[in-house]
Design a protein around this ligand. Sequence first.
Ligand SMILES: [Zn+2]
Length: 233
Amino acid sequence: MDIYETLKEEAWEANMEIPRLHLAIYTWGNVSAFDTQRAVFAIKPSGVPYDKLDAASMVVVDLDGKTVSGSLNPSSDTETHRVLYREFPGIGGITHTHSAYAAGWAQAGKSVPVFGTTHADHGAETIPCTPFMNAEAVRNNYELETGNLIVKTFREAEKDPGNMPMVLVAGHGPFTWGKNAAQSVYHAAVLEEVCKMALFTVTINPASPPLPEHLIRKHWERKHGPNAYYGQK
Ligand SMILES: [Zn+2]
């Protein structure tokens, strides 16, 4: 009996959503699922195509970076996931993709303003884009420093990762998180759609203003506020 069976199952199912939602091709992208009690996460193995994955191939890693279960090498982005689980307590899943619209904004080094209600439903603020990583950080430990760069970007902008579950890493692509692995994939899909809409917005009118604050608040709060009423009771 594998004590990590449920966690690996959760990670595998969430990873399989990546090709299904067309968020990555080939072996690109990765999802992890966090077990708060045991302080470990299950993540996709490195370089294995999605159609060759199964729950048993997921690799379980602790918050010191040690593999505690699994025979394959974990995703090359494992260190980024590890930093985010350590520094953003409360998150239960992380997704990384190179989905084209989100990667487009990341490559342009542009944060995504709240142009419409689709964005406001999922975050009442700009989706931040980090600065480019400097040469020393790349030399030091690229994947770990990617995590540090995300954390620094959130701290400096005084952003709460509980309210903004998405980030663009400059020149690279998106990382998203959520209360579990499935929600982190959901946020990756939402981010892709929001980035696509934002591109249309600035293409049609480069001077498009952000959504007025009263509409941002309305859409955020009807889903997430103290008197939220969206959906079924
Ligand atoms: Zn990547």
